[in-house]
Design a binder for this molecule. Structure first.
Ligand code: AHM
Ligand code: MG
Length: 336
């Protein structure tokens, strides 16, 4: 009988390769996985529990109903606040850095998360996801963490991952030693290794972008999109268009099948829409570990030094050849 590799076992075995590992990171990841299971459970039965809809309403018990993204935000915080592993957190749902409550000890790690990415799709039963990014603190130990801890460039991440709440729930993560995917077995509530060492194709067949923004884009991007739609068998064009509008799902599909996800700058959003710390950096770490590429069109995402917590960035992420091609268009090396 083949061994069932649970997420916990996988992390423990990975950590054994580090001579100075203390087990703290393993504990932290267990807390993240626990939060993911709670969010998965609530997402799956959202329609039944009356958790859909606008925050501010009450359910049959007279309790305040929370939007699922508020629920996910609080679930992550509460699962992670007491372990003693973190010194500060940040969430896409919260304007400021979130301190560890004073009754709990602080630790050496820092986490940023997008609790429920793609949440505008929830009411239509479309897959959504949680994204997280972990760093080692740079401020002195033993004190609350600072903004400096949260504003580190993405190449300093020690772990990044996402959970996609789809036809099944999957957690995908990297610690810089490949990308590994785990499927939640709902019968015994464990994440089980189902996709070891994920590698993304060097060249994809898919492009994912909100094309309704076409008229707001700069000419180089318009040229690229026209290019991928041209017929040219030799270079595998036209590409297929696939856009769910839920980035974790679009990213996950493209990671497995090969393709590129684009959220460019446009005239209405000069820095694009997506956030560097909560969305672009963690997915960039994962895609690079899977053999892909992520850039803002000119600069590698993981090399951008964040200046503020909710900083936005244009994002082109996916198969290496496709992202390089986009960079050629954006920098003017290629026009058609
Ligand atoms: P969110 O974090 O508020 O959910 O926004 C991010 C989402 C992505 O999941 C998705 O790809 C994108 O926004 C869709 O934006 P648009 O509707 O502009 O295409
Ligand atoms: Mg998001």
């Amino acid at each position: 009988m083949p061994a069932i590799i649970t997420l916990t076992r996988h992390i423990i075995e990975e950590q054994r390769k580090h001579p100075h590992a203390t087990g703290e990171f393993t504990d932290l990841m267990n807390d993240v996985a626990f939060a993911a299971k709670l969010i998965s459970y609530h997402t799956n039965k959202a329609g039944l529990m009356g958790v859909l809809g606008e925050a501010g309403t009450t359910n049959v018990q007279g309790e305040k109903v929370k939007n699922l993204d508020v629920f996910a935000h609080e679930t992550m915080f509460k699962a992670l606040d007491h372990g003693g592993h973190l010194c500060v957190m940040a969430s896409e749902e919260e304007e400021n850095a979130m301190e560890i409550p004073e009754q709990f000890p602080v630790g050496k790690y820092v986490i940023l998360y997008d609790p429920l990415d793609g949440s505008s799709n929830i009411d239509a039963n479309v897959s959504v996801g949680t994204i997280f990014s972990i760093y080692r603190r740079v401020s002195p130990d033993g004190r609350p963490g600072t903004l400096e801890d949260l504003l580190q460039p993405g190449h300093r991440q020690i772990c990044a991952g996402y959970v996609v709440y789809g036809s099944s729930t999957m957690l995908v993560y990297t610690t810089g030693n490949g990308v590994h995917g785990f499927t939640l077995d709902p019968s015994y509530g464990e994440f089980v290794l189902s996709h070891p060492n994920i590698k993304t194709p060097k060249k994809g067949k898919i492009y994912s972008v909100n094309e309704s923004n076409f008229d707001y884009w700069d000419q180089p991007l318009k040229n690229y999109i026209s290019y991928v739609k041209q017929i040219d068998e030799a270079s595998g064009r036209p590409l297929n268009s696939r856009y769910i509008g839920s980035m974790v799902s679009d990213f996950h599909r493209n990671l497995l099948y090969g393709g590129v996800y684009l959220y460019p700058a446009n005239k209405q959003a000069p820095n694009g829409k997506l956030r560097l710390g909560y969305e672009a950096n963690p997915l960039a770490f994962i895609v690079e570990q899977a053999g892909g590429r992520a850039s803002d069109g000119k600069t590698r995402i993981l090399d951008i030094k964040p200046k503020e917590l909710h900083q936005r960035t244009p994002l082109f992420i996916g198969s290496e050849t496709d992202v390089k091609m986009i960079e050629e268009f954006i920098t003017g090396k290629k026009q058609q």
